[in-house]
Every structure is written in structure tokens, then in C-alpha cells.
Design a protein around this ligand. Structure first.
Ligand SMILES: [Zn+2]
Length: 134
């Protein structure tokens, strides 16, 4: 119990954003499963959403700890932003965190598409046993 509190305290000081997101994902999913027990939640997190996937998964563990969903897992699909040239209509190859200023072929400024996702994609759950688990 102490270690959970310790971890939660650490999260609170480092990842307030992720904790509040995890809390709101839990609120939404709890309404969705209507009394069921959550097994996995898969969320899409965009590169530009300012969410750290690892911190979000960690925040989830803290948020569900002590609830009937405490064995559930949060899976994060990382969605990179895409840089495209509006003139050549091609997508520029890039690594995460690496940005290009202009198209290598024609020099046009590049457009950015996507990367702001923060969506609940899939939820698995089971019906709660008739007698309460804890
Ligand atoms: Zn171009």
C-alpha cells in the first residue's frame, strides 16, 4: 500500500496532465462498461498531444489501484504526426521528434497532419460477478 501511495505521489508531482487524463478515461470507460470490470483500454495518443505514453500507462495503474478495475491495462497506440508537401502531395519520411522545414523536392513549406489524437479506441471488460469481489 505504501509503495502505491509513494508511486502515486511521484506521479502527482511529475505527470499531473497524464493523471487527469487517466482519470477522465476511467470515468468515460466506467460509464461505458456499466458495472463491468475493465480488462484493457486501448487509447490512441498523438505525437502532438503532449501526452507521454509511458506516464499515461503508469498514471492508469495508479488511478485504478484499489478499484475493481485494478488488474486492467491501458495500452497506448502512438500516432505520429505526418508532414506532407501540399504541392507534391507526398509525405515526408521523418523520425519521431524530427521535423523538416520545407520539401526537399520543391522547397514548399510542409503541412502537418494529425498527431493531436487522444481517443479511446477499444475497451474489453467482463461482467462483474453477482457477489461483490471486494
Ligand atoms: Zn514539394
Amino acid at each position: 500500500m505504501l509503495s502505491v501511495q509513494h508511486r502515486f505521489a511521484r506521479i502527482l508531482t511529475t505527470a499531473v496532465h497524464e493523471v487527469s487524463l487517466a482519470t477522465s478515461v476511467l470515468d468515460t470507460v466506467e460509464r461505458l462498461v456499466a458495472g463491468g470490470v475493465i480488462e484493457t483500454v486501448r487509447v490512441a495518443v498523438g505525437e502532438l498531444s503532449a501526452v507521454e505514453p509511458e506516464l499515461l500507462a503508469f498514471a492508469w495503474e495508479a488511478v485504478v489501484s484499489g478499484t475493481r478495475h485494478q488488474h486492467s491495462r491501458l495500452e497506448v497506440d502512438w500516432i505520429p504526426a505526418r508532414q506532407t508537401c501540399p504541392r507534391c502531395r507526398v509525405e515526408v519520411q521523418r523520425s519521431p521528434g524530427q521535423w523538416h522545414f520545407s520539401c526537399e523536392r520543391c522547397g514548399s513549406p510542409l503541412a502537418i497532419e494529425g498527431g493531436y489524437e487522444m481517443d479511446i479506441m477499444e475497451v474489453t471488460f467482463r461482467q462483474a460477478a453477482p457477489e461483490a469481489e471486494d
